[in-house]
Design a protein around this ligand. Structure first.
Ligand code: IMP
Ligand code: MG
Length: 184
C-alpha cells in the first residue's frame, strides 16, 4: 500500500490523487514565482482548510514569501455556506502596502471570499490576489474570481488534503468526494 493508494474510506471516491495535486501545485508555484518576480508576496492562508495546500505551495515557490493566517468561521447550513463569516483569528502583521496573495482551499458560492476581500482591502494592501486549490465554478452565487486555480471541480462535496466534513477527513492525502451528502 502506498500513500497514493490509501485504504478506502467507506462512501468516499477519489477525485484527485496526491500525485495529480503535487504536479499541479508545482505548476502553480512556477507561475506565481514568475508573476511576482522581484517582489515578496505575503501569503494569507485561510484556516483551517487551506493550511496543507499552503504548506505545499510555499515549498514550490522560487521567490521569498512571508506568511500569515486568518481564521474564519463560516456559518454553514448543511454543506452550503451562508455567507455569514466570523473572524476567529485575525492577521498578526499589517498588510498595508503588501502584495497579498490569499490562499484558499476551495471556492464554492464565493461568499466567504467576497467577505474576506472586503476585510483585506480595507487594510490597503498594494495588491490583492487569490489562489484557490479547488474551484466549483458552477456553484458561484456572487462575483468572485480566483487569479490562480488548481482544479475546476464539479458540484460535489469534497474532503481530504485539509478539507473536512464536520472536522473529519482532513488527514487524507488526496481529494475525495462524498457520494451521499444531501445539500440543504
Ligand atoms: P463559499 O463561501 O460558499 O465559497 O464556501 C467556502 C467555504 O465552504 C470553504 O472555504 C470551505 O470551508 C467550505 N466548503 C465549500 N465547499 C466545500 C467542499 O466541497 N468540501 C469542504 N468544504 C467546503
Ligand atoms: Mg474553509
Amino acid at each position: 500500500m502506498t500513500m497514493d493508494n490509501p485504504p478506502p474510506e467507506s462512501g468516499l471516491e477519489v477525485l484527485l490523487t496526491s500525485s495529480q495535486i503535487a504536479e499541479r501545485i508545482r505548476e502553480l508555484g512556477e507561475k506565481i514565482s514568475s508573476d511576482y518576480q522581484g517582489r515578496t508576496p505575503h501569503l494569507v492562508g485561510v484556516l483551517k482548510g487551506a493550511w496543507i495546500f499552503m504548506a505545499d505551495l510555499i515549498r514550490n515557490l522560487s521567490i521569498e514569501a512571508t506568511v500569515d493566517f486568518l481564521g474564519i468561521q463560516s456559518y454553514v447550513a448543511g454543506t452550503t455556506s451562508s455567507g455569514e463569516v466570523k473572524i476567529a483569528k485575525d492577521l498578526d502583521v499589517s498588510i498595508a502596502g503588501r502584495d497579498v496573495l490569499v490562499v484558499e482551499d476551495i471556492l464554492d458560492t464565493g461568499r466567504t471570499c467576497l467577505y474576506l476581500q472586503g476585510v483585506l482591502l480595507a487594510h490597503q494592501p498594494k495588491s490583492l490576489k487569490l489562489v484557490t486549490l479547488l474551484d466549483k465554478i458552477s456553484r458561484r452565487a456572487v462575483a468572485v474570481k480566483a487569479d490562480y486555480v488548481g482544479f475546476q471541480i464539479p458540484d460535489v462535496f469534497v474532503v481530504g488534503y485539509g478539507l473536512d466534513y464536520n472536522q473529519q477527513f482532513r488527514r487524507l492525502p488526496d481529494v475525495r468526494y462524498l457520494r451521499h451528502v444531501a445539500r440543504v
